[in-house]
Design a protein around this ligand. Structure first.
Ligand code: NAI
Ligand code: MG
Length: 348
């Protein structure tokens, strides 16, 4: 029986993972579940955001369903004890280097998009974000300069192997979609980006059937709003991918709609909504659970090969939205639980 680790985390994390779990249960797929604390919740229960017992379950499980981490009560803790370190630690420990973030406009959400309906309607892309390198994992610190000023620093670095393996994920994803790959960097000013561009071009020799283009990240941010329909598969670094995918989510209706998969090439993966713990709405039943429900669908598809069940979940979310089900972020008034109910009803 496949084992799913459920790590609800903080803020709206437990609220949205509960709805995804209800949807999985309704499908009766014969899965085993083990829940473990992570983030601020784990700091308060176990004294560490990623306790050994959670890491143990994470390593043993076939796939992980993750809510979100982040708790304002932890903002003044030493960095290694902050909730956010748990997700960075999991990505690193499980070598989850490839983050797939599909962004598309669901039918009926034209009115929720930040863009004009005819522009928003064309959004159907996958942003592939590198997840194990870049400025998030380089040396960082705070120092006092000779003149007595405080100075913070974070080293941005990538080696060629890290770039080559994420580039291959980009090309392979493009191959099963529309054979177009856009690599996003800042090669005009950053050495890491120059290496990124050089290596992506080298790897492109293995994929002569894919049309490769390059774009600077600032232009990509602009193009994403101006003409998002031009993008099919984007491959980019950790920092740029983080920012561009939040932006893409708003173009596609709401940050509460976008799922993600973090993969390591072994079939194992961590699945989570792209949003965070949303402390501003936590505990109020306002969170949109669709991103997490859709993440559960990605889990079934990418880690368990249960494509038919994944299709059913995605169809049920679409049907619920078409029937008018909306949480407040989409301009409606359903609670998190009621939105889950609407998806369950569509599933039945
Ligand atoms: P956020 O994504 O949590 O929230 C941004 C805005 O979007 C808020 O106004 C929030 O209410 C709204 N929002 C987010 N998810 C929503 C949903 N499902 N339904 C409706 N509205 C939703 O980002 P923010 O505020 O920058 O970060 C809050 C905490 O989350 C921080 O501690 C941050 O470090 C953490 N974080 C954790 C992530 C993770 O666990 N992978 C990812 C991003 C942030
Ligand atoms: Mg983010």
């Amino acid at each position: 029986m496949p084992l799913i680790a459920i790590l609800p985390g903080d803020g709206i994390g437990p609220e949205v993972t509960a709805e995804a779990r209800r949807v999985l249960d309704a499908l009766d797929l014969g899965l085993d579940y083990e829940e473990a604390p992570v983030g601020g919740a784990a700091y308060f229960s176990d004294g560490h955001p990623l306790p050994a017992r959670t890491l143990e379950v994470a390593k043993r499980a076939d796939a992980l369903l993750f809510g979100a981490v982040g708790d304002p009560r932890c903002d003044n803790l030493e960095r290694h004890l902050r909730p956010e370190q748990a997700i960075l630690g999991l990505r690193k420990e499980l070598e989850l280097f490839a983050n797939l973030r599909p962004a598309r406009l669901f039918p009926g959400l034209e009115d929720a998009s930040a863009l004009k309906p005819e522009v928003a309607g064309a959004i159907d892309m996958v942003i592939i974000r590198e997840l194990n390198g870049d400025v998030y994992f380089g040396e960082k610190g705070m120092r006092t300069t000779a003149s007595g000023r405080r100075e913070g620093y974070d080293i941005m670095s990538y080696n060629e192997d890290e770039v080559a393996r994420i580039a291959r994920v980009g090309f392979e994803t493009a191959r099963v979609r529309n054979k177009k790959l856009c690599s996003v960097d800042k090669a005009n000013v950053l050495e890491t980006s120059q290496l990124w561009r050089d290596v992506v071009i080298e790897v492109s020799a293995e994929f002569p059937d894919i049309e490769l283009t390059h774009m600077y990240v600032d232009n990509a941010a602009m193009q994403l709003v101006r003409n998002p329909g031009q993008f099919d598969v984007i491959v980019t670094g950790n920092l740029f991918g983080d920012i561009l995918s939040d932006q893409a989510s708003m173009c596609a209706g709401s940050i509460g709609m976008l799922p993600s998969a973090a993969l390591n090439g072994s079939g194992k993966g961590l699945y989570e909504p792209i949003h965070g713990s949303a402390p501003d709405i936590a505990g109020q039943g306002k969170a949109n659970p669709c991103a997490t429900i859709l993440s559960a669908a990605m889990l079934l598809r990418y880690s368990l090969g249960m494509d038919a069940a994944a299709d059913r979940i995605e169809a049920a979310v679409t049907a619920a939205l078409v029937s008018g089900a909306r949480t407040p972020d989409l301009g409606g008034s359903l609670t998190t639980r009621e939105m889950g109910d609407a998806v369950l009803k569509a599933l039945a």
